[in-house]
Design a protein around this ligand. Structure first.
Ligand code: FE2
Length: 253
């Protein structure tokens, strides 16, 4: 059995890619519900038109434009989406300190039709990182799907040297909030730089070159990555703290 397919009669799922920042944007919708409600996870400003035209083609109604965290490598599409689809609500964690229509906390459920996502706090890459996990129950997608942002990447993880990052915290987040999910849970990260699209909890528990190590080894790996200063951070972070509405904010202030 292939483990990278999800069985659910309700769920319409698309994984979309933005090549400059190697970002994945995810579209989820409940197509069994007459409203055909949909949400986007981690939309990018450059690909908003593509995403909205797909949503239109598929006859979906966009309810939520969500972020897993304050991105440092691209400007979120949520602000632009709101200007084009005024009824859509932007979503980010309260812990991120950002502005959005809906500030979510761990344990919150985000509902579209009869499908829902649960919020898990997975700080460490940034202070406000969350993982969105599809709900439990017979009518929800099986296996579960976890949208991990930059907390857990396929065979990697997000850096921990900016934005309130902490390798100690990220190690604990992944082990307590992601590796405790059923092993067949599908991992959908915010990025991939090598062409991978999906992994599973079991696969990362076995093969992730960083998070399979003990905590001390992990911390020293993270301290010695010698990564360059993120090239978009000075533009992206201030913009993303206001949901990508930086132009409107600076004009009105
Ligand atoms: Fe990030």
């Amino acid at each position: 059995m292939g483990s990278s397919t999800v069985s659910s009669s309700k769920l319409l799922f698309r994984q979309l890619f933005e090549k400059d920042s190697s970002t994945y944007t995810y579209l989820l919708a409940d197509i069994s519900h007459p409203d055909r409600s949909a949400l986007l996870i981690d939309p990018v400003d450059k690909t908003v038109d593509r995403d909205l035209s797909l949503i239109k083609d598929l006859g979906l109604k966009l309810i939520y434009a969500m972020n897993t965290h304050v991105h440092a490598d691209h400007v979120t599409g949520t602000g632009l989406i709101k200007s084009k689809v005024p009824s859509a609500k932007s979503v980010i964690s309260k812990a991120s300190g950002s502005k959005a229509d809906l500030l979510i906390v761990p344990g919150d459920k985000i509902q579209i039709g009869n499908l829902f996502l649960e919020v898990r706090a997975t700080p460490g890459h940034t202070l406000g990182c969350v993982t969105y996990v599809t709900g439990g129950g017979p009518d929800q997608p099986h296996p579960k799907m976890a949208f991990t942002g930059d907390a857990l990447l396929i065979r990697g993880c997000g850096r921990t040297d900016f934005q309130g990052g902490s390798s100690e915290q990220l190690y604990k987040s992944v082990h307590s909030q992601i590796f405790t999910l059923p092993k067949e849970t599908l991992i959908y990260p915010a990025h991939d730089y090598r062409g991978f699209t999906v992994s599973t909890v079991g696969e990362e528990m076995q093969y992730n070159p960083r998070l399979t190590k003990d905590e001390e080894t992990y911390k020293s790996i993270m301290q010695n990555l010698n990564l360059p200063y993120p090239k978009m951070i000075d533009i992206a972070v201030p913009a993303n703290m206001v949901c990508g509405l930086q132009d409107l904010t600076s004009k009105s202030s």
